[in-house]
Design a protein around this ligand. Structure first.
Ligand SMILES: [Cu+2]
Length: 502
């Protein structure tokens, strides 16, 4: 590995402790040249200097090859290791990669398959794990921070994909205190579980679009988190699609495309729309909806996924772009979030061959029944001065995460109502491990609204001042995490432990 990469990794290790970071003096934020703390200033300089190429042909994510010798088994290796990427002309960028790539290879398996993935951690002197975000895997296979894979070691993650589990999942590290950094340095990948009988016409294809959020310093390196990043969550300078900036896709007029959109950024909210194509939502985090729903725009908060069918009925360039969304921002440097072009689709004048219509019904979704109990989780942010500077805290029910503490005990198979109350000044996308839940209502300023459709989800945005109620059932025993998916907020305490008893 490059010497510069070693230095970056070393600096990151020094800065890693969340307490040390949280206690960084506030005035470091506005001082350029303060090493790792000056991320935003370095980023501002970098924006002048670093230009990423646009308009390359959208690449399909390389697939993780199945090495199994029999049907029904998916067996492979994933290695997390330092690598060098080339995002900008003439600049090497030290990153962390799965099997040498970022995003990591696309994993595709089928309902009913058994999965055995050997994970090798070759990150310099840092523990890691693989968390199978949204997937119904046993607690001891889910890459919890309590189950670290030490640097230089490996382990096997093994689990079954139950019938009915088809959906757009993803994988990323979840080690204690290092999740945010390992993700923004490059570790995230998509895991698609396919249905044996899929109601979406095969003619629509199946295109995975993983959004990540890159910040590059002028020398091509990825700067460490600044104090502003820790407070607000890290927002980068370049939203990438499958690792490319504004790539191009060519389709014929009248074509329909099935798109799986992944927000794999640390903290960037993506309010998305097509200019020149229509969108129909067909799936959420946990698989297909009961029926397709037309949409003009989609808010995809960090950690969320959505499945769409896009219809390209007008020739010419069509763009997938962002609209503005105010998710709350502390201090200066709120990033411009509107008007980013993420993807350009060239729709030709020639007509596509006729394709089947979307079915009116996709799959049944049974509404979860009456809960046996309800829990209230109140999200707050605190800021306090102490002897070493300003300390930020992101809390659930007044407590910061403690790996040795169980916050809630539940029973496998019992339906619970969770009321997530956001009393903070920022939106917090709330994620629960190990299961899919159903959002039943949102409440804001006394006004209660229902979600537009019933869906299986594992991550839901809870806007500032909002209360979200959801029904949830854990089917497998063991300890499960729940947390804010702004990964810097998770790092600074907005996470808890649910112990599921059999
Ligand atoms: Cu948060």
């Amino acid at each position: 590995m490059h010497r510069r990469g070693f230095l970056a990794a070393g600096l990151a290790t020094v800065l890693a402790s969340s307490r040390a970071l949280a206690q960084t003096k506030m005035d470091d934020m506005s001082m350029p040249g303060m090493g790792g703390h000056a991320g935003h200033d370095m980023a501002a300089m970098a924006q002048d200097a670093v230009i990423l190429p646009e308009g390359q042909v959208l690449r399909d994510l390389p697939m993780l090859a199945n090495e199994a010798d029999r049907p029904g088994l998916f067996r492979a290796r994933l290695t997390a290791e330092p690598a060098i990427a080339r995002f900008a002309e003439g600049r090497d960028t030290p990153i962390l990669a799965y099997n040498g790539m970022s995003p990591g290879p696309l994993i595709e398996a089928f309902e009913g398959d058994r999965v055995e993935i050997t994970f090798a951690n070759r990150i310099d002197s840092e523990a890691s794990t693989i968390h199978w975000h949204g997937m119904p895997v046993p607690a001891d296979q889910d890459g919890n921070p309590m189950d670290p894979v030490a640097a230089g070691t490996e382990r096997v993650y093994a689990f079954e994909l139950p019938e009915g589990s088809a959906g757009s999942y993803w994988y990323h590290p979840h080690p204690h205190g290092k999740t945010a950094e390992q993700v923004y340095r490059g570790l995230a990948g998509a895991f698609v579980v396919k249905a044996k009988a899929d109601p979406i016409p095969a003619e629509y294809g199946d295109t995975v679009l993983v959004f990540t959020d890159l910040r590059l310093a002028a020398d091509g390196s990825i700067p460490s988190n600044s104090m502003s990043d820790l407070m607000n969550g890290r927002v980068g300078d370049h939203v990438l699609v499958n690792g490319q900036k504004n790539p191009r896709l060519s389709v014929a007029k009248g074509a329909r495309r099935r798109l799986r959109l992944y927000n794999a950024t640390n903290a960037r909210f993506l309010k998305l729309a097509f200019d020149g194509a229509t969108m129909t939502v067909i799936g959420s985090d946990g698989g297909l909806l009961a029926a397709p729903v037309a949409a003009d725009e989609i808010l995809l908060s960090p950690g969320e996924r959505i499945e769409l069918v896009a219809s390209f009925d007008r020739p010419g360039p069509v763009i997938l772009y962002t609209l503005g969304y105010d998710r709350g921002w502390m201090g200066p440097g709120r990033p411009a979030d509107a008007g980013l072009t993420l993807l350009t689709v060239d729709v030709s004048e020639s007509e596509a061959e006729a394709v089947p219509q979307l079915p009116a019904r996709l799959r049944p979704i049974a509404q979860l029944a009456a809960p046996v109990l309800s829990r209230r989780l109140v999200l707050t942010e605190t800021m306090a001065m102490n002897s070493t500077g300003m300390e930020m805290g992101f809390l659930i029910n007044g407590k910061a995460f403690d790996m040795g503490r169980v916050d809630f005990v539940t029973r496998a198979g019992e339906i619970e109502l969770w009321e997530i109350v956001n009393q903070a000044d920022m939106d917090h996308p709330f994620h629960v491990h190990g299961t899919q839940f159903q959002v039943i209502e949102h409440e804001r300023d006394g006004a209660v609204s229902k979600p537009p459709y019933l869906a299986w989800k594992d991550t839901v945005n809870v806007a500032r001042g909002e209360t979200v109620r959801l029904l949830l059932r854990q089917d497998r025993p063991g300890q499960r995490m729940y947390h804010c998916h702004i990964l810097e907020h998770e790092q600074l305490g907005m996470m808890g432990v649910l112990d599921v008893m059999s």
